[in-house]
Structures are given as structure tokens and as C-alpha cells.
Design a binder for this molecule. Sequence first.
Ligand code: VG1
Ligand code: CO
Length: 546
Amino acid sequence: MTTVATQPFSGQKPGTSGLRKKVTVFQQPHYLENFVQSIFDALGGIAGQTLVVGGDGRYHNREAVQTIIKMAAANGAAKVLVGAGGILSTPAASCVIRKYGTFGGIVLSASHNPGGPDGDFGIKYNIANGGPAPEKITEAIYAKSQTITSYHIAEAADYDIDTLGSGEIGSCRIEVIDPVADYAELQQQLFDFDAIRAWFAAGHTLCFDGMHAVSGPYAHRILEGLLGAPAGTVINGTPLPDFGQGHPDPNPAYATELVARMSGPDAPDFGAASDGDADRNMVVGRGMAGEPLLISPSDSLAILAANATLVPAYRAGLKGVARSMPTSTAVDAVARALGIPAFETPTGWKFFGNLLDAGMATLCGEESYGTGSDHVREKDGLWAVLFWLNLLATTGKSVAQIVQEHWSRFGRHYYSRHDFEGIATEKADALMTALRGKLATLAGQGSHGLVIAEADDFAYTDPVDGSVSRQQGVRIVFQGGSRIVFRLSGTGTEGATLRVYLERFVADPAGHGEPTQTALAPLIMAAHELAGIGQHTGLTEPTVVT
Ligand code: VG1
Ligand code: CO
């Protein structure tokens, strides 16, 4: 066990979901070590504790796992549970932390960001409830990283992380665990596996795209193994360190192979994709005239909430629902009908943890293809797919039928996100500052046939611990309930990304058949005008539309 002298690196500040930087940044000597020691120090040390470690298998994952287990040992941890091969999806890590009651866990992932030697790497800390560390802790980690002078590490040979079983580094027990088993067991307690098995046996079909990322092993074992879906149901199901040079972000822009397979008359009944660390989900049905039916994540959350009692785990009903502020208000309409509370939180899963722990919410979701429940404390991609499969199997309906019936009952919330990527940070900051500067004067103003009812900069007071998070996004609400939200991404590693979120509610089913971008056209124009996107960034069109 040695202590190594070091100096702080600037910028080790966790964003929306952990610390994300280029792989080359993490490869600098002491960079990862500094951050890991800062985590341990911010927690008041980890002597005698048990930690979970694993990641999404991206480039540099295995090296980072070795560093972390040696540092855990040198910092006096009693035990480290490591996913075999260094693999643990984000929801599986959450599951393992909870199931074994560990002190916490370290998840290595940059989620939907591309991987490989020139790609991104990331690290985040999850607390004992299995969820992302709250801001109080991430701020303490950052503070430690700025004053660090040394770290502890075992000078040991690399540990064999590919063989299940236990051994030790010094007096620290290292247990290499099956990364899928505990997660698969949990899912079987939640859903009606018999009904889903029967649905597949009756010839229904699914295409699940693992996008060469970490959901593959989970999807193979659960869908093709436990549920008897035919081989080939899971595509791109072997995790690769560079995700096959793809962008493991399950949305219409990047899940192009899935969208192609869901097109045409022979498309499977249901399609889904998951991201780098398997916490996101995109769900697709068979649409009309060979078009894929892309379900907006906000709608998916609302539909799962409205139908939750068809699933064994939620048969007794939901305690409440929660969504991030930019997520559409579709789920709020369901909550009103069910007579349960709906919470609006800042972007990022860490804000759901307290609501779930306190039993105030059962289902949570974000517009960024993230959905989850109180079964773990992370969003969970495959869980959402199993939830949909359970609904399809139990109702005997098609995806399109379920979606249409939902809109007829609750109205349709047209929704889209426009991203403007690669903006110089100063320009993006100037845009947000200018927008914030005029918020007070916006109410009553008109724009493209819309009248602004209210405008503010979203601040959140956690109803459980009273902590306050400010400047979480500018929201502009129009008369009639349409909304535009502006915020800057907190997960990127280069420049800034402006996210513009657009929502329009249409109650009358006669108005539910428009293409989304057409239905939102006046809002899109208003967004450009209000924020001066072109003047500030030089971009007249978004780089990604989801
Ligand atoms: C994005 C999404 C946010 C999500 C976060 C982490 O953050 O918008 O909803 O919680 O990614 O998801 P941002 O700050 O870039 O908008 V993941 O699957 O990347 O861990
Ligand atoms: Co993710």
C-alpha cells in the first residue's frame, strides 16, 4: 500500500451525471486516481466498507477498474464487488448496491457519449440507496479534487476480473460477480414473465438494438434466454470498447439500424434500443403504411403510468410520478386522472432519489429516453422494454393501439428536442444570460401567434431535504399550455450544447395526426426569435432533432 503525492487538476467538476472527459484526459497520470481519492475523501473515507465497481465496457474501462480496486484496497475497504470483465450496466450497479446493502458504488460510463481512444470516458459515484450522489456530495468531491495532495493505492499485480469468485488484495476481499444475474432476478420479480413468454411463443416479434453497448448481455440473457424470444431478437448485442464506432444514443438520429428494421410491412411488432450504459430506452411500434411509430419518451412515461396496474410490481397503484422539468406534461395529465401527485425536478436522475426513497413517487422519467421506477435508483432501459412487453402481452393490443387510445383519452402532447451542438462556451453562456435578462418582461408578449403566459428560470426545492437547485433551465409557458425550455447540456466534453425543448398540447383527437415538427412549427420559430439562436451561435438549424 503506497501513498502517492499529486497535485489538483482543474475542472474535475461532475456534471449532470458524473465526471465526463475525453479518454485522453483520463489517461493522464494521476487524473483518475485524484478523482477517485476525492470521492473517498468526500465520503469521510471508506475504511471497512463494501463498494461496487463496474462500467459500460467502453475503452479504458478495464484499466480504470484495476485502478479503483487497488485504491479501494489501499483506502481500507473491506470488500469490493466487481462485475465480471469490469462490466455492470448503470441500472445493474444500482440493483447490486441495493441488494447487498453496500456503502455505495463507482460506475464507469459516459453513457450515450461515443467511446474509443478518441471518445469519452466517465465516472460517477452512487450512494447506498443505489442512486447517483446528490449535489451536496458531488460538490464535496469537486472541492476535495481542488485541494488534493496525495492518494492511496496498492502496488499489486492486476486482479483477474474475468473469473467469477473471490480473492484479495491485501486485506480487502475482491468478489467478481456475474453482472447480469442479480439484475435478471429483480426483473423477474417485477413483471409477468409467463405472459411475455406466451406472447413470444404466439409468434410476436421484437427487435432489441444493443448498439454494441452494455445492454447486450442483459438483453440476450433475459429476452432470448428467460423469455424465449428467438435468437436474433437482440442485434448489436456484444459490447465493444468503441461501440462499433457508433454513437450509443437511442434516439431516431442515432438508432438508425433499429428505425430501418421497424420500417416496412414486415417490421417486428415492437422495437427498442438502449444506450452505452443501458439506462436509456427508445421504444418503437409498427406504424401505418410501413412507417415506424416512434414513441416520444415523455409519452412512454405517461403510457406506462396510465397502465401500471397491469404489471405485477405496480398492481397496487402508483404513489406518485416524477418527471424532469423539460419532459412533457403528458404524465401530469395521467397523474391528475389517477389522483396521485406529479413532481417536477431538474434534469438528471439524482433529483429523483429522495422522492423514491420517501415513497412519494413510484415512476420517474426524462425526455432524454430515460424511464424508471422505485425498483432501483437509476433509469433502466431494459426495465422499460419489459414493461412495454408486459403491457403488450397482457392487453393483446398493438403498440399503435395503446398509443392511440392513450392520446384519445388524455390528449396528445406533441414534443421534440432540438440540440445545437459544438457552440463556443462563451457564446452559449451569452445566449442564456441574454435570455435570463429579459424573463421578467416576457409575460403578455406575443410571438408567432402564441402569447406568453409566464417565463422563469427553473429553481427546485427538494420536498424531502429542502435543498435548493437554481438556474436549472429557462422555461417559457404560453397561454394554452405550450412550452419552450432552454438549457445547456451538462454531459458534453467539447464546447457547449444548447437544448431547446418544445411541447404543444392538443386535446381533440382530430388534431392528433400531424407530423411532430409540423405541429410544433410556430413554437420552433418562437424559440429562435426569443433566444436569438442564430445571432448568438451562428446556427440556424439544430444539429440533432429528437
Ligand atoms: C442528458 C439528458 C438528461 C440525462 C443525462 C444523463 O443530460 O438531457 O436528461 O439525465 O444526459 O443521461 P444533459 O445535461 O446533457 O442534458 V445518461 O444516459 O447520459 O447517464
Ligand atoms: Co445512459
